[in-house]
Design a protein around this ligand. Structure first.
Ligand SMILES: Nc1ncnc2c1ncn2[C@@H]1O[C@H](COP(=O)(O)OP(=O)(O)O)[C@@H](O)[C@H]1O
Ligand SMILES: Cc1ncc(COP(=O)(O)O)c(N)n1
Length: 279
């Protein structure tokens, strides 16, 4: 059996719902071997972010080299990168080791409002990391910050996707989680030629901590396993929809998504099919 390996370069979330923890849980559930480079430690729970502690550049470079010298990822994702210096180190490692299948989730602000990326780093994100990305997955506020375009409707979302594409990434996927007025959660993909929408019913819930991380990790898992980009995005959409639809109800604030839910659904469907076959 082939073992597919995925790497996450991101921040640690002590509460376990976002960041490195969400990524590794998602890789594991989707049958991919997970590896991590930790850029920052956050003290975080369902109530918010209580502290942010970036790792030294030396510690980050050493983790990247340890992976690069021994374990080749089949795909990788970036999450919280915090500073321009960290972004430049990560971009240099991707280049040095020739890593492919790069998903950039341009994490900027936690849902509770805490900043996870310094303002000066946006420029490094645009000019150092986006040109290396196969897919960049901003939410609506992140797409606005990168493109400088205010998104109010489908036309301005398409315009922002085109602007971000010009920075050199191969695909832009603007997520629709923040479009609270819509009855659908629609993500918009642009590949330089045309647009494609990935839509699911919007679930009414406050338990959306880590949705972006989980979505990008599922996408990265699909790519690591050799699936094409649209099939990997469909997998990610199904995975996140299941994870949001069955919240765990832990903590007293904005709770995490349920990383078990997708596979539980798959197993239930298989059991159903087997039972029907017996009858
Ligand atoms: N309430 C919701 N119901 C269904 N899908 C959602 C909901 N909120 C977010 N999603 C989906 O979860 C994924 C992550 O989106 P989003 O929440 O916008 O990212 P982020 O966590 O980066 O802000 C997207 O596929 C989005 O469509
Ligand atoms: C360490 C870390 N990384 C990323 C997020 C973003 O979370 P979300 O996916 O909910 O936007 C977070 N809250 N903490």
């Amino acid at each position: 059996m082939a073992i597919y390996k995925a790497l996450t370069i991101a921040g640690s979330d002590s509460g376990g719902g976002a960041g490195i923890q969400a990524d590794l849980k998602t890789f594991q559930e989707l049958g991919v071997y997970g590896m991590s480079v930790i850029t920052a430690v956050t003290a975080q729970n369902t109530l918010g972010v209580q502290g942010v502690y970036p790792m030294s550049t030396e510690a980050i470079e050493r983790q990247l080299a340890s992976i690069g010298e021994d374990l080749r990822p089949d795909a990788l994702k970036t999450g919280m990168l915090f500073s321009g210096d960290i972004i430049r180190i990560v971009a240099a490692a991707i280049d040095k080791y020739g890593w492919k299948q790069i998903v950039v989730d341009p994490v900027m602000i936690a849902k509770g409002g805490a900043s996870l990326l310094q303002q000066e780093a946006i420029d490094a994100m645009i000019h150092k990391l986006l040109p290396l990305a196969d897919v960049v997955t901003p939410n609506i506020p992140e797409a606005e910050a990168i493109s400088g375009i205010r998104i109010t409707d489908l036309a301005s979302r398409q315009q922002a996707a085109k602007r971000i594409y010009e920075f050199g990434c191969k695909h832009v996927l603007i997520k629709g989680g923040h479009d609270a007025d819509s009855e659908q959660a629609t993500d918009l993909l642009y590949d330089g030629f045309s647009f494609k929408e990935f839509t699911s019913r919007r679930l009414v819930t406050q338990h959306t901590h880590g949705t972006g991380c989980t979505f990008a990790a599922a996408l990265t898992s699909g790519l690591a396993q050799g699936r094409p980009i649209t099939a990997s995005l469909q997998l990610a959409k199904s995975f996140i929809h299941a994870a949001i639809s069955e919240p765990l109800h832990i903590g007293s604030g904005h709770g995490p998504t349920n990383h078990w839910a997708y596979q539980q659904g798959v197993r239930a469907a298989q059991k159903d099919e087997a039972t029907r076959g017996v009858r």
